[in-house]
Design a protein around this ligand. Structure first.
Ligand code: UDX
Ligand code: UDX
Ligand code: ADP
Length: 466
């Protein structure tokens, strides 16, 4: 079977870049991305490409090329489902905030709603593809809903987890290390459905990089990949604290261990802590799954990766407070960066949120500059924590879209995101306009220590003693 019409439910950070690249590489497939969020769809249809809801290098160019050609954004979910041969479910699966598994398990209510809607609308056989990160065995839940509430048509469920990283989404999609497709390997229909999806990717990805597995292996591999990546960050962050005590330099340690080909050089940057929509959520999910099977040692092992990450964020803010003579009350502290990493406007689980919250508890005046994150987003992130009222957050934290103004008169600057532009600032002029002594707390090891010290800054880095 050759797929000619795709529907993708969910126009977020995963669904939209993925479908834009599929549309670019497969001009013969008509793709409609649908979302219940009307303003999001309107923004995707905006003629001003700076208004697209997701910032990703290279994405605007692709959207310009394919939008209206074979990629469409719509709020008409039923129509798109009805017309499609293949439906990607790419909705959000946040950590549950209520009930059983609260704070750990994935909240699958959006997935279930999609499944029910597909079942209601579908009049012909469909292939349903899980794109969102899901706990193992979600496919069987989707299948059960589809088979029991549908109109008697056949559904094949595939798991095709997304491995793109934000900030490099377009490159990751064009040249993935691998594509993983899980399906029902025990039936002919299952094999055919998997082949239909393999054939789409084979338009631009070599067959050796397209792996097919059973559906459970595919679901679990996604959680495992993210757990391993996050573990590397927590491991190097744990070492950064030892480095600060012993006089070792974490960058030198990273380089030395990364040259061992069994370890490899990537994901060994010590930082203020990992963020993003996946790492914490997926590990919590893994921990919850392990506990639900009674595997308590396994659960504790992985949970430690998150506890280490919390510790790293807290010790960053603790160090700011203790260095500023044990009080930051009323002092202006400037954050450069709010996004969870560079080249994205996404802030989900960003370390900046927790660090800001800690400093606001100490009554600091926090001033934030981020090149891509909108003002409302920053306040929403803080309000979501429910630590204090929205009005208090607004009065304690200010946002500035000029970095020099954001830094003016501050006692300290904290680098929270590794945006390249921070390296090229006129640090002499920033220094001149700050309170003295002027401190820089570099949570990303981004700036040149010697240069800043030469200017007069007192400079703290993660993972080096002073
Ligand atoms: C190790 C380090 O590899 C080496 O660089 C250092 O100098 C000394 O310690 P060694 O202990 O000789 O070397 O063997 P290694 O190959 O690392 O294996 C250690 C243990 O891990 C073995 O019991 C091995 O069976 C086990 N192992 C290794 C696994 O169970 N699974 C693996 O994938 C790899
Ligand atoms: C991750 C996975 O990489 C991707 O494959 C999966 O599909 C989704 O989750 P993403 O969350 O977009 O992608 O970003 P990633 O580059 O993995 O970074 C996650 C966090 O770890 C960021 O906050 C980043 O700053 C931090 N990080 C990463 C470090 O602190 N040090 C590193 O060495 C690498
Ligand atoms: P991700 O990072 O996984 O892409 P996002 O939150 O960026 O997550 O995007 C998920 C999108 O899915 C949101 O825009 C949300 O409005 C949309 N969505 C959630 N449930 C449904 C649904 N039942 N039908 C259509 N869209 C949905």
């Amino acid at each position: 079977m050759k797929v000619k019409n795709i529907c993708c439910i969910g126009a977020g950070y995963v669904g939209s870049p993925t479908m834009a690249v599929v549309a670019k590489q497969c001009p013969y497939i008509k793709i409609t991305i649908v979302d219940i969020n009307e303003s999001r769809i309107a923004a995707w249809n905006s003629t001003d490409l700076n208004k697209l809801p997701v910032f990703e290098p290279g994405l605007d160019g692709i959207v310009k090329e394919v939008r209206g050609r074979n990629l469409f954004f719509s709020t008409n979910v039923d129509k798109a489902i009805d017309e499609a041969d293949m439906i990607f479910i790419s909705v959000n699966t946040p950590t549950k905030t209520y009930g059983k598994g609260k704070g750990m398990a994935a909240d699958l209510k959006y997935i279930e709603l999609c499944a029910r809607q597909i079942a209601k609308v579908a009049k012909q056989d469909k292939i349903v593809v899980e794109k969102s990160t899901l706990p193992v065995r979600t496919a069987s839940a989707i299948k059960s809903i589809l088979d029991n509430t549908g109109n008697g048509v056949q559904f094949q469920i595939l798991s095709n987890p997304e491995f793109l990283a934000e900030g490099t989404a377009v490159q990751d999609l064009l040249k993935p290390d691998r594509v993983l497709i899980g399906g029902d390997t025990s039936s002919k229909e299952g094999e055919l459905a998997m082949k239909a999806l393999v054939d789409i990717y084979a338009n631009w990805i070599s067959k050796e990089r397209i792996l097919t597995t059973n559906v459970w292996s595919s679901e679990l591999s996604k959680l495992t990949a993210n757990a391993f990546l996050a573990q590397r960050v927590s491991s190097i962050n744990a070492m950064s604290e030892i480095c600060e005590k012993t006089g070792a330099d974490v960058k030198e340690v990273s380089k030395a261990i990364g040259m061992d080909s069994r370890i490899g050089p990537k994901f060994l940057n010590a930082s203020v802590g990992f963020g993003g929509s996946c790492f914490q959520k997926d590990i919590l999910n893994l921990v919850y799954i392990a506990k639900s099977y009674g595997l308590n040692e396994v659960a504790d092992y992985w949970e430690q990766v998150i506890l280490m990450n919390e510790h790293q964020k807290n010790r960053f803010s603790d160090n700011i407070v203790s260095t500023l003579y044990n009080t930051v009350s009323g002092k202006k502290i400037t954050f450069l960066g709010w996004a969870f990493k560079k080249d994205t406007n996404d802030t989900r689980e960003s370390a900046a949120i927790k660090v800001a919250d800690n400093l606001l508890n100490e009554q600091a005046q926090v001033s934030v500059y981020d090149p891509k994150v909108p003002e409302e987003r920053i306040y929403t992130d803080l309000d979501y924590l429910n630590t204090r009222s929205s009005d208090e957050n607004k009065s304690l934290l200010t946002i500035n879209n000029d970095p020099y103004k954001a830094c003016k008169d501050s006692h300290a600057i904290a680098i929270l995101t590794e945006w390249d532009e921070f390296k090229n600032y006129d640090w002499k002029s920033i220094y001149k306009n700050m309170q003295k002594p002027a401190f820089v707390f570099d949570g990303r090891g981004l700036l040149n220590k010697e240069e800043l010290k030469e200017i007069g800054f007192i400079y703290y880095n993660i993972g080096t003693g002073n």
